[in-house]
Design a protein around this ligand. Structure first.
Ligand code: ADP
Ligand code: MG
Length: 497
């Protein structure tokens, strides 16, 4: 099957997720779609799978213009997509999930045999009668793949299929991909992991902030060149002179275990001084999230944290709060805010149980209102009412509320993780100014971001995170750009530890 997407544009409100993207897939090829978080990879493939309708652009299948208005139509045309979030019924068996929604007149035992043949051929190692809830993440993924193999798709799209797999499961997934390829089927493999890209792909397309940067043969580029295409090159803006003061945060021998039970952060040490913004650069999935969550008490850690010279043990977000640590996460509606509560309730969320907002369990509504109105005004949040559920706000406005709440509390340290992910230009600018102002007020900021432009724009010092390790401190100077790109790809990394 040959697919051509031409001039694809897709906007979500003011966010341009895809901007005039051209993309094509050849028969029997593995085509990797690579780009940082928010680059527009999922959106582009959801358009091909009929989940999103593009605002502009055309899709051609084997030369013929096609309108893919739903996943059902995509399937009829031979396109399947395994999404990041699976759509299996936990209480059903593997077999029941595979045949779910199929209108077939075949006898059940005949269907079973057909499904079993596919399991054999692709070495999936699945048992048809096991219930989904009994399976590991990797096995569930195989069931998703099996569903599409049974429907005999010609193109299988896999959206970040390796992000929650153990290494051995990754190998077995790659075997499936090779097997698909050998039967002439095409695979689009979405990832942000460079090594994987070079292991399985024939061609690579790199997206950055919604735009296609290039499509290249995997054999004709080096990892460094690809990283450069992913993160781009940036001019460095003049920064305000700042007074870098005394050391405030000291982290020693910090280790955090990741979701797979292996260390995601490996025995790292670093310091942060008053007024400093330390940018942690890195391709997503190198332990950045686990580092932030460890420091904020969302994950257990090994090692030591000192604040103002005092040893602290941060084993919950409440503890982090009590030590004056503010946290701006990327998934604002998951970790930071409670979507169904009002803007006002979200603003006082962390401090409602004490003065000045309540006393002896009775809430002082007047104080809550005054404070919320002050925050909304100061952080220029546009909203219908402070009593509206926060989920009604745009991403940018919700993030301003969150930032306002964190910054209005007494702070010793601010941690920001991809704080402008998914925001439009104006909101991004606003958040950057807030971070700069915070540091100018003498509060150190730890900025963890996969957006190198963001890191360069506001950090004083950069360290690169790769496979759970941190480099030494590198000045955020133009002449170091090339080096930082290399380190992000793991090139010469050991030399800069
Ligand atoms: N359903 C949606 N509503 C609003 N914004 C969205 C939606 N889906 C994606 N976006 C935004 O579009 C941009 C691209 O997202 P996405 O395609 O998911 O990127 P990627 O898969 O490369 O991480 C991001 O800024 C994201 O926040
Ligand atoms: Mg995605």
């Amino acid at each position: 099957m040959q697919i051509k997407m031409e001039g694809i544009v897709k906007k979500f409100g003011s966010v341009v997720a895809n901007s005039q993207v051209d993309f094509d897939v050849l028969p029997g090829e593995v085509h990797s779609l690579l780009g940082e978080n928010g680059a527009g990879k999922t959106t582009l493939m959801k358009i091909l799978y009929g989940i999103h309708i593009p605002d502009e652009g055309k899709i051609f299948i084997n030369g013929e213009e096609s309108f893919i208005q739903s996943p059902r139509i995509a399937l009829e045309k031979g396109i399947g997509m395994v999404q990041q979030h699976f759509s299996l019924v936990p209480s059903f068996s593997v077999f029941e999930n595979v045949i779910l929604g199929l209108k077939s007149r075949e006898k059940l035992d005949k269907l079973r045999r057909a499904v079993e043949e596919i399991i054999e051929r692709f070495h999936l190692g699945l048992d048809l009668d096991t219930k989904i809830w009994q399976l590991s993440h990797g096995e569930k993924q195989k069931v998703e793949i099996l569903k599409f193999l049974y429907r005999d798709v010609d193109l299988l799209i896999l959206d970040e299929p390796t992000s929650a797999l153990a290494p051995s499961e990754v190998y077995s997934l790659f075997d499936i991909i090779r097997e698909l390829k050998s039967t002439g089927k095409s695979v689009v493999f979405i990832t942000h992991k460079l090594e994987e890209v070079f292991t399985v792909s024939d061609r690579i397309t790199i997206l950055r902030t919604g735009k296609k940067i290039a499509t290249v043969d995997a054999t004709s580029v080096s990892p460094q060149e690809v990283v450069k295409m992913m993160v781009g090159e940036y001019t460095i803006i003049e920064k305000f002179p700042k007074n870098i003061g005394k050391e405030i945060l000291r982290v020693r021998n910090f280790t955090v275990i990741g979701d797979r039970g292996t260390p995601a952060v490996r025995n790292i040490s670093f310091d942060l001084r008053a007024g400093e913004i330390l940018g942690i650069a890195g391709v997503e999935g190198n332990g950045q999230r686990e580092l932030a969550e460890g420091l904020y008490g969302l994950r257990t850690y090994d090692g030591e944290i000192f604040l103002h010279g005092n040893h602290v043990r941060i084993n919950s977000p409440q503890k982090a709060l009590s030590y004056g640590i503010g946290y701006i996460p990327e998934d604002r509606f998951v970790t930071g805010l409670i979507p169904d509560l009002s803007v006002s309730e979200n603003i006082v969320l962390k401090s409602i149980s004490g003065t000045p907002f309540s006393s002896k369990g009775i809430i002082n509504r007047e104080k809550v209102r005054n404070f919320s109105e002050k925050v909304v005004k100061k952080y220029r949040v546009s909203l219908p009412s402070i009593w509206a559920p926060i989920k009604k706000l745009s991403g940018g406005n919700a993030q301003k509320v969150l930032a306002g709440r964190e910054l209005e509390a007494p702070l010793n340290l601010l941690i920001a993780v991809n704080p402008t992910n998914g925001l439009d230009v104006a909101s991004t600018e606003h958040i950057h100014k807030l971070l700069l102002k915070t540091s100018q007020n003498g509060i150190p900021v730890l900025l963890i971001s996969t957006d190198l432009e963001e890191i360069y724009k506001i950090s004083d010092i950069i360290v690169v995170m790769y496979k759970g390790k941190l480099t030494k401190r590198i000045e955020a100077l133009p002449e170091n750009q090339e080096l930082i790109g290399q380190l992000m790809a793991g090139v010469n990394f050991e030399k800069y530890l």
